[in-house]
Design a protein around this ligand. Structure first.
Ligand code: P53
Length: 469
């Protein structure tokens, strides 16, 4: 079986990494606005360094980003020119509910996204909307403690009800939380959580996870009620763990690491907490704050499809000497693989392996909603970007994806590359870590004209789409 005729080719972005206009249109301040570029970024992202307001001496790339807010017509026209069937983007929660806890939404924010969706449809592009992509209104963090607090579920329900009602007929594909498993590592991004000293972090993180899982199930329920045509998906930062060796302890370590990620999708897709997680909670003396109603809600409102990002496979080892540290993509090094300029290892076959694991486990359609190569692009003497390295990376991954469909029989809805237009890196805050087919003239310190131009990969991806892979 080849790729389906209605295969959803496209690209993916997130509001905070491209929109800018952080204080326009009635938008409220959000966690993502105050995450700086530079050496302290990861400490802020992980909730270890409290930065809930702008501070002197830091550069905050999300404030302006690539100014998609004012360039969206031009950008969507370019996506249309490449033949996109879908455009994955996210809603900035604080454009819709600037504080997060208001009774009434902000009309200007709603209108902005309505115009963006209408613009997409002009080119036959189906929007794929991430309801929350690492963002949370700052007021919900300061006044409620972020997703620690069950009140966030109420506010999220209000948000999704507003979105499903307003955009009925304009949007059919929704993702509830971007990379939901990232909350375990990037807590301020994933859950609006900045740790208190001496806080029981295990308890905090899994309480927040529970609230997001319940909120996600509400979104599925409300989304289906408002429009039965709606398809709701979960979203996992995927990339299977391989055992470092065939030593049973390494195999076991890999299985344990995979469980930490599957945990979220097990709840969202199978509708119940897996036994291994409940046992882990017991060992931590953590009592899951789950009511009978919530248990029923989770059971009855599982996702329609499984979406995920894939950049690399990962490696687990039982040897403490081999453990990597820092950013979650820098684990144990796989000696068989090359790496990107940022040390992310390149493993196209790993995509096929990951797809098979997810499909075996959940038996639901898959959707690859992020994949790509972050690289430095240097214009040649004619001012053009010859990004053959990017084409090479994508070609190999698309090949592996097709094999998973054609040879393994996996039901795959679509494929969106990460950052079809250059945008701010979530991990580093840099502009120079570029993923795009479209170059944006802007540097790591906010200098540049914001002009867009096509790279070599632009015409290549257009051909990939036109020929359905
Ligand atoms: P950047 C870590 C590990 C895997 C995926 O990442 C991650 C992260 C966070 O850095 O994030 C996803 O920009 C995420 C996007 C992000 C993209 O991967 O660090 O959903 O927001 O931009 C690429 O190169």
């Amino acid at each position: 079986m080849p790729l389906r005729k209605d295969f959803l080719w496209g690209g993916a972005t997130a509001a905070n990494q491209c929109e800018g206009a952080y204080n326009e249109g009635g938008r409220g301040l959000a966690n993502v606005d105050v995450i700086p570029h530079g050496s302290e970024r990861w400490a802020v992202v992980s909730g270890n360094r409290r930065m809930l307001d702008f501070e002197e001496g830091y550069y905050y790339p999300a404030k302006q980003a690539i100014d998609f807010y004012h360039h969206y017509k031009e950008d969507i026209r370019l996506f249309g020119e490449m033949g996109f069937k879908t455009y994955r983007m996210s809603i900035a929660w604080s454009r819709i509910y600037p504080q997060g806890d208001e009774e009434q939404p902000n009309e200007e924010g709603l209108r902005f996204y309505e115009e963006v969706f209408r613009e997409c449809h002009r080119y036959g592009i189906e929007p794929l909307v991430t309801i929350t992509h690492f963002d949370c209104p700052m007021h919900l963090i300061k006044a409620y403690g972020g997703w620690r607090n069950p009140k966030l579920v109420t506010f999220y329900k209000r948000l999704v009800t507003t979105l499903f009602t307003r955009y009925k007929g304009l949007v059919h594909y929704w993702l509830t939380f971007n990379e939901i498993n990232v909350l375990l590592h990037g807590s301020i991004m994933g859950a609006g959580i900045c740790f208190e000293p001496d806080e029981d972090r295990f308890k905090t993180l899994y309480t927040a996870a529970h609230h997001e899982l319940v909120a996600s199930a509400w979104a599925v329920k409300i989304g289906h009620e408002i429009d039965p045509e709606n398809k709701l998906g979960c979203m996992l930062a995927a990339g299977s763990y391989y055992p470092y060796s065939c030593k049973p302890e390494d195999v076991f370590a890999a299985q344990q690491e995979n469980h930490k990620n599957y945990f979220f999708i097990d709840v969202q897709s199978r509708g119940a907490y897996p036994a291994y997680a409940l046992k882990e909670f017991e060992r931590h003396h953590f009592e899951l704050p789950m009511s009978e109603e919530e248990k029923k809600l989770l059971k009855e409102n599982t996702v329609d499809f499984i979406s995920f990002s894939y950049y690399s496979s990962r490696v687990a080892s039982s040897d403490p000497q081999l453990q990597g540290e820092g950013n979650m993509m820098k684990g144990v090094k796989n000696p068989y693989l090359e790496a990107s300029q940022w040390g992310w290892q390149i493993d196209p076959l790993g995509l096929r392996i990951t797809m098979n694991e997810l499909y075996d486990r959940y038996q639901k359609p898959l959707f690859i909603v992020e994949n790509g190569l972050g690289a430095v692009d240097v214009p040649d003497e004619n001012g053009e970007i010859q990004d053959d390295y990017r084409i090479e990376y994508l070609r190999a991954h698309i090949q592996a994806m097709k094999e998973a469909v054609e040879q393994d029989g996996i039901d795959l809805l679509g494929y969106t590359t990460w950052g079809p237009i250059d945008l701010v890196s979530a991990g580093t805050g840099e502009m120079s870590k570029r993923y795009g087919f479209i170059y944006v003239d802007r540097d790591d310190f906010g200098q540049g004209t914001l002009q867009r131009f096509k790279k070599k990969s632009f015409a290549w991806y257009k051909k990939v789409i036109a020929s359905n892979g």
